[in-house]
Design a protein around this ligand. Structure first.
Ligand code: IMP
Length: 434
């Protein structure tokens, strides 16, 4: 496992937190390379249940350096409240580092996110409202403020004096909102800067050094590949790349040093927010699936509490993601959620405008016309939460997993059937031994 990227293979919420937490036990470094506090990674370990938003889920290994990479967008208030909660529950934060090149989410980003969503009306993206899109837009428009600016009051003030008048014109003249006060923002953010300063570092040399000395580095993806701004269901996407290559730009990983890619999938599909979802299920069955998984692990957003849309496993989308990211192994999560079903379905192709296709049309307009063609398999109707080995799983469950693996053309390396670390079956020990 020299340098391994863990990415979400669907629309986010696949269970990356659990996989990173597990693998991070052996890692020397864990780097979050994209997104911000829109993410919600649930981790269950000996210290309890944690809902991580920005701090890498590797923080539970006190020997690993945990980096919030340059490709992330950092809301300092949210970061500090997460850090306080972790510290209050006994987690050692000495290994935390925040890239000085990560961009800062400012109050006008959160405001702009919500105002833009309201303006979109029926076409709203269903963002998490955390200011993610506007913060990345400002990064590329070269009017962003970086963590390295924030921790130097004079640079911060100079940047704010340059950017805020622009933002206030946007807020007042386009959206009819009230302007924001420079002094108020400056004072509030200087107090955050004081607290985060000890964690701020130029992180790319740390990453490079770890790679050069053959350390085990985990690259923790956020969101899911189908939310990628290039290849996802645009415009219903997020604003940073959740793909494996997001780590090159978002963590400073030299491209040739990436050894493995693990893609995390749920045993079915979910999506939160707007946008096409060909295999979506409605009604009683959807409600039933949403409520499985046990207290605190049902299908409601970790960050926003919104009910997640649920659907059957989509192998067309899955194969597309696996091919784009040259995935080595699949981690299939939440198999237990399907335990009670008589029958399970997998979309193996789409009917698109009267013709069968196995290609994923990555455009919201086209995808919304795709009708899934299903293969139906018998359910296993037995609990899988206590299965410790692959052979313990019911035959029908194994058949289901093997069919997914065949359709995606990729071996399965991990199966999870419950939130606990113990409810994890590792296959291919030689792969995980790297
Ligand atoms: P944003 O990232 O807040 O701008 O939201 C854009 C889209 O990505 C919306 O559909 C969100 O629901 C979705 N999204 C963002 N982060 C996550 C996540 O961590 N899990 C699932 N969906 C997410």
């Amino acid at each position: 496992m020299p340098v391994t990227a863990i990415i979400g293979g669907q629309w986010g919420d696949e269970g990356k937190g659990k996989v990173v937490d597990l693998l991070a036990q052996q890692a020397d470094m864990v780097v979050r390379f994209g997104g911000g506090s829109n993410a919600g990674h649930t981790v269950v370990n000996q210290l309890g249940t944690f809902r991580m938003h920005l701090i890498p889920s590797g923080i539970f290994n006190p020997h690993a350096l945990c980096i919030v990479g340059n490709g992330t967008v950092v809301d300092p208030k949210a970061l500090l409240s997460e850090a306080d909660e972790l510290a209050g529950r006994g987690v050692d934060l000495r290994g935390l580092r925040i890239s000085d090149k990560a961009h800062v989410i400012m109050p006008y980003h959160r405001l702009q996110d919500r105002l833009e969503e309201t303006m979109r009306g029926q076409k709203a993206i269903g963002t998490t409202g955390r200011g993610i899109g506007p913060a990345y837009a400002d990064k590329y428009a070269r009017i962003g403020i970086r963590v390295g600016d924030l921790v130097h009051p004079s640079s911060f003030r100079a940047r704010l004096e340059e950017v805020l008048p622009l933002k206030n014109r946007l807020l007042t003249e386009i959206f009819g909102a009230d302007p924001l006060d420079l002094e108020e923002i400056f004072d509030e953010y200087c107090s955050y800067a004081e607290r985060i300063r000890p964690w701020v570092a130029t992180t790319e040399p740390l990453v490079r050094q770890a790679v050069l000395s053959n350390r085990k580095v985990l690259l923790e993806g956020a969101q899911g590949a189908l939310l990628d701004p290039e290849f996802g269901t645009y415009p219903y996407v997020t604003s940073s790349s959740p793909m494996a290559w997001g780590a090159f730009a978002g963590a400073g990983i030299p491209p040739k040093s990436l050894s493995y890619v693990v893609a995390v999938f749920k045993a079915y599909n979910t999506r939160v927010g707007g946008g096409p979802f060909p295999t979506e299920i409605h009604g009683e069955l959807a409600d039933f699936i949403r409520r499985q998984g046990g207290e605190g692990h049902q299908e409601f957003g970790t960050t926003t509490g919104r009910p997640r849309r649920v659907g059957w496993f989509d192998a067309v989308a899955g194969r597309y993601v696996v091919q784009l990211n040259s995935v080595d192994v699949l981690a299939i999560m939440r198999l237990d959620v399907l335990d009670a079903l008589e029958q399970v379905k997998i979309a193996v192709a789409y009917n698109l405008d009267g013709a069968r296709t196995e290609e994923f049309p990555a455009s919201a307009d086209v995808l919304s016309r795709a009708e899934p063609i299903y293969e139906e398999l018998p359910g296993w109707k037995r609990p899988t939460g206590a299965c410790l080995t692959y052979d313990d799983l019911p035959t029908e469950a194994r058949r289901y997993l093997e069919r997914i693996s065949d359709l995606l053309g990729t071996p399965i390396g991990l199966v999870s059937s419950g939130p606990d670390r113990k409810q994890t079956i590792l296959l291919r020990p030689s792969f995980w031994a790297h």
